[in-house]
Write a protein that binds this ligand. Structure first.
Ligand code: GLN
Length: 196
């Protein structure tokens, strides 16, 4: 589907590489810094960075009501690394899961791993982890798409997709493609509802 408008929260952290990946998949990405920037978006990415800082900047930019409205309208959200933490049950509560920050330990601040990810085919996905969280608890409606060392690192519940790694830092766009497929379906559903 043409011209899907995908916002990338650009308050702090690694938002630029997400813009590139989304463009490559044919979306129209837009940096989001204010509630006005959220208008007309089909989907939103909350990138990696520092979750405490991103949370504070969401509050000071008064973005929380617009983020909640986006979520409640069933428009997809992708949270990566710090973005997963920001979406979890102890923060914005967009997904019924709890992330454990910096979970892989100091000696493993950054590493790469080949992951089997449900829904992207047999070829493993090279995943870059940077002071990554893992998912410590997830609710019954949460689908685990990938795990690393026995801990969930990619999850989905309804319109929310989240991962502990940085899918924007490799050349492989397959994780973002899952998100774009969710965005296409959400927009088709919204179109059908409007036509009813
Ligand atoms: N360790 C960061 C946090 O807890 C997340 C790191 C990242 O986004 N790469 O917020």
């Amino acid at each position: 589907m043409a011209d899907l408008k995908v916002g990338v929260l650009a308050l702090q952290g690694g938002f630029e590489a997400h813009l590139d990946t989304l463009r490559r998949l044919g979306a129209e990405p837009r940096e989001v810094r204010t509630p006005e920037d959220m208008e007309g978006l089909d989907a939103l990415v909350i990138p990696g960075g520092e979750s405490t800082t991103i949370g504070k900047l969401i509050a000071s930019a008064d973005l929380e009501p617009a983020l909640r409205a986006h979520h409640e309208a069933g428009r997809p959200i992708l949270g990566t690394c710090a973005g997963l933490i920001v979406c979890d049950a102890e923060h914005l509560g967009f997904i019924d899961a709890e992330a454990k920050r910096n979970a892989f330990g100091r000696q493993l601040q950054s590493f790469e791993a080949d992951l089997e990810v449900a829904g992207i085919g047999d070829e493993p996905l090279r995943a870059v982890f940077i002071r990554a969280p893992w998912v410590e608890r997830c609710g019954p409606e949460v689908e685990v798409l990938a795990s690393c060392d026995g801990h969930p690192v990619a999850i989905r519940e309804g319109s929310v997709l989240a991962c502990a790694f940085h899918p924007e830092l490799t050349d492989d766009p397959r994780f973002h493609a899952i998100f774009m497929a969710m965005t296409t379906s959400a927009r088709e559903r919204a179109g059908e509802e409007a036509a009813r």
